[in-house]
Design a protein around this ligand. Structure first.
Ligand code: NAD
Ligand code: TYD
Length: 360
C-alpha cells in the first residue's frame, strides 16, 4: 500500500486530488493531508473522506521543520505531492513575503525532510517520489497570439508569486542534480472546477453574476489564459507520480486558450442557459455587469502550454473540453451556494473589499 503525503490538500486542487485518488484507489492507498489552513484551506471540501481509516488530516505549516520531520519519522511516506502554496498573483503583488516563506522555504523544508527519510548509504530507497506542483507562470508571458511554453522555454517569472514558484522549482532541480533526489516537476496552466476559492477569475465571476454584482475585468480583458479542468490535472499528476522518469519536467495544459473577456461572457451565457426561467437571479444577469477596472501591475499577457511531452511520454491528454467543464463547474457552484456563502465571509470578505471596493 502506497502512502501519499499531500500538502495543501484542503485547497482547491489538493482537495480535488485527494477526492479523485481515494475514489480511484479506494483503500489501496493511504493519504496524509498536511495543511495549515490559510484563508484558502477549507476542510469542508473533504467531508466525504474525513472518516475513512486510510485518510488523515494534520494541521501543520510546511515551514515547521520539527513537525515535518516528525511526519516522515511516524509514517513511511512513499509519495509527496506538494500543492501547498500561496497561490494568488494579486495577493503576491501586495505582500510578497509570505509567498517566499511558504513557496520557497516551505518547499526546501519538505525536500530536506524527504531526503533525510529516503536516503540510504546505497542511494535513495526505491519507489519513493516527490512531485513539485508548479505553474506555467514560471515561463513568464507570451507577448503575441503565437507560440507556446515548452519544458525547454527559459524560466522568466514576473510576479512575486511566479518568482517564488520558480525559486522552488530550481531548488527541486538542484536536489535532483546534486543528490539524484527522486523528483518530478509538473507545470500546469490555469485550473478551474469545483472548490476553487472565489478570488480567482472563474468562481469570482460566477459568484458575482449570481448576486447581480459587477464583474471586474482587469485592463482590456484581452489577456489570455489556457484553462485546464481540475480533474484532468489530477489524472496527469497521478500518471506522472506512477510513470515518469525521475528528474523529468512535464507541462500540463488544457489546449484551451481564452481571453478573459470571453470567459466572463461564456459564464453569463451559460448561467442564463442553466438557471430556470423563473429564477430571481436572472433579473440582473447580463453583459451590463461587466466592469473594466484598473489593470493588474505587470499583468502577464498570454499563457499557453504545449502538453506534447506528457502526451508522447505518458499518453496524457486533456479530456474535458471547456464547453463541458464550465457547465460542470457552474452546476457545482449552483448546487453548493452554501459553500460559497461560507467561504466569502470573514478574511476573504475583508480582502475582497480592499481589492474591489476601496480600490487598489
Ligand atoms: P489554493 O490557494 O487553493 O490552496 C493552497 C492550500 O495550501 C490551502 O489549503 C492552504 O491552506 C495551504 N497552505 C498555504 N500555505 C501553507 C503552509 N505554509 N503550510 C501548509 N499549508 C499551506 O491553491 P491551488 O489553486 O489549489 O494550487 C495548488 C498548487 O497548484 C499551488 O502550488 C499552485 O502554485 C499550483 N498551481 C495552481 C494553479 C491554479 O490554477 N489554481 C495553476 C498552476 C499551478
Ligand atoms: P487568476 O484567476 O487570478 O489567475 P492567474 O492570475 O494566476 O492567471 O486570473 C486569471 C486572469 O483573469 C488574469 O489574466 C487576471 C484576470 N482577472 C480579472 O480580469 N478580474 C479578476 O477579478 C480576477 C481575479 C482576474
Amino acid at each position: 500500500m502506497k502512502t501519499y503525503l499531500v500538502t495543501g490538500g484542503a485547497g482547491f486542487i489538493g482537495s480535488n486530488f485527494i477526492l479523485y485518488m481515494l475514489k480511484k484507489y479506494k483503500d489501496a492507498i493511504k493519504v496524509i493531508n498536511v495543511d495549515c489552513l490559510t484563508y484558502a484551506g477549507n476542510l469542508e471540501n473533504l467531508k466525504e473522506v474525513e472518516k475513512l481509516d486510510n485518510y488523515k488530516f494534520l494541521k501543520i505549516d510546511i515551514c515547521d521543520k520539527e513537525a515535518i520531520l516528525e511526519i516522515f519519522e511516524t509514517y513511511d511516506i512513499d509519495y509527496v505531492i506538494h500543492f501547498a502554496a500561496e497561490s494568488h498573483v494579486d495577493r503576491s503583488i501586495r505582500n510578497p513575503e509570505v509567498f517566499v516563506n511558504t513557496n520557497v522555504l516551505g518547499t526546501l523544508n519538505l525536500l530536506n525532510a524527504a531526503k533525510i527519510a529516503w536516503e540510504t548509504d546505497e542511494g535513495f530507497k526505491p519507489g519513493k517520489k516527490y512531485i513539485q506542483v508548479s505553474t506555467d507562470e514560471v515561463y513568464g508571458a507570451l507577448e503575441g497570439d503565437e507560440g507556446y511554453f515548452y519544458e525547454t522555454t527559459p524560466l522568466d517569472p514576473h510576479s512575486p508569486y511566479s518568482a517564488s514558484k520558480t525559486s522552488a522549482d530550481l531548488l527541486v532541480k538542484s536536489y535532483v542534480d546534486t543528490y539524484q533526489f527522486p523528483a518530478n516537476i509538473t507545470r500546469c496552466s490555469n485550473n478551474y472546477g469545483p472548490y476553487q476559492f472565489p478570488e480567482k477569475l472563474i468562481p469570482l465571476v460566477i459568484n458575482n453574476a449570481l448576486k447581480g454584482e459587477k464583474l471586474p475585468v482587469y485592463g482590456t480583458g484581452k489577456n489570455v489564459r489556457d484553462w485546464l479542468y481540475v480533474e484532468d490535472h489530477c489524472k496527469a499528476i497521478d500518471l506522472v507520480t506512477e510513470k515518469a522518469t525521475v528528474g523529468e519536467v512535464y507541462n500540463i495544459g488544457g489546449h484551451n486558450e481564452k481571453k478573459n473577456i470571453e470567459i466572463v461572457k461564456i459564464i453569463i451565457d451559460t448561467l442564463l442557459e442553466m438557471l430556470p426561467a423563473d429564477d430571481e437571479r436572472r433579473k440582473h444577469l447580463s453583459y451590463d455587469l461587466i466592469t473594466y477596472v484598473e489593470d493588474r501591475k505587470g499583468h502577464d499577457f498570454r499563457y499557453a502550454i504545449a502538453p506534447d511531452k506528457i502526451k508522447n511520454d505518458l499518453g496524457w491528454e486533456p479530456e474535458t473540453p471547456f464547453s463541458k467543464g464550465i457547465k460542470l463547474t457552474i452546476a457545482w457552484y449552483l448546487e453548493n451556494m452554501d459553500w460559497m456563502e461560507r467561504v466569502t465571509k470573514g478574511e476573504y470578505q475583508k480582502y475582497y473589499e480592499m481589492m474591489y471596493t476601496t480600490g487598489k
